[in-house]
Design a protein around this ligand. Sequence first.
Ligand SMILES: Cc1ncc(COP(=O)(O)O)c(C=O)c1O
Length: 388
Amino acid sequence: MSSRAVEKFEQTFAHWLGVDYAFSFWKGRVAMYAILRALGIGEGDEVILPGYTCVMDVNPVKYLGASPVFVDIEPKTYNLDVSLLEEKITSNTKVIVAQHTYGCPCEMDGIMTIAAKNGIPVVEDCCLSLGSKYKGRTCGTFGVASYWSFQWNKPFTTGIGGMATTSDKELGGRIEALCKEELEPPSRKSALMLSLQRLVYGLLIFPRTTALATSLFRWLTKKGVVVGSSSTSEFVPEMADNFLAGMSAGQARAGLRRLRKIEKNLAHRRKMAQLYVDLLREAGWDVPDVPEYMDPVLVRYPVRVADKALAVARAPGRFIELGTWFECPLHPSETPMRLYGYHEGACPAAEQACEQVVNLPTHPRANERTASRSVAFVTEIGAPAQEA
Ligand SMILES: Cc1ncc(COP(=O)(O)O)c(C=O)c1O
């Protein structure tokens, strides 16, 4: 089913990352599913994930009959707390998912050491961390495999889209076989609609218009008019018929165009993050230091506020592009978390982050003015008591 554009995008992406194999998919979650399937995950197995993620990142585990096991996060980086990892490992643990949240690299030395000691493969969730580095090495090259998302809000977008990468020949062979045997091409209608949506996105979506556009987009998705990032059938842990879809040529061409400008995109995001740090510090906020061995490229800049509900309610009227990731440990708030094995209180640091964290844009359409308006806005809302 693969077109030349798709093959070229896969090869170019693999080359950019410095890995041997890349396989493209309709969405990042399909890439994760393919990796887990290729690793042989099934009934009775356990997959460790941070309890601060998107439900679409948990669905593939459930689709395979395995159980997600949630580890609480470290409150400054929002990543899996390595000091809590080992106690979650059992004889059924088959994978550890290292999600580089917001683009901040996980403590890979600690994770890799524990994983090696217990003989468990690490899969990196790089959906939010394109270009981030840990001790000089690019995120996505530590684990046995990694997956990536090119959805609207991600480091670069093909509308929606995903990639699985690995340098493990055997695993790569198994993912390739799965793609050949089971992956369906996306429907012509969806691929065409997505091309149209990319065009509209390019013309209309800017930090000041995002809130309005997002509400309209969600309404149109519910009506089935546009291709949404997630459908209602994805809020239950059962795989829908059309889940296993590949990437369209249009998505791949968009990906190739974005990849050509990737270094500029990453430099811009680094600059935006630094602006947020400087402006927040000027305003007297306690901004955590990033360890010098980490070089994060943030997909969004996370910041804790005193009243998240107020901030979220007020932002659209002020034309502020305010993100809500993550609204609950298995974002979004509609997720029936018990069906996914998450029980309230399981990850207290993550739950507190869900109550407090909003995020600000770092993407190429955000600029210095966006940063100063956004910081003025969050400053007006105020920092949580312990951080003020
Ligand atoms: C951390 C994380 N991992 C994986 C995914 C899944 O990516 P996609 O929407 O491309 O399926 C998402 C977003 O939905 C995410 O936020």
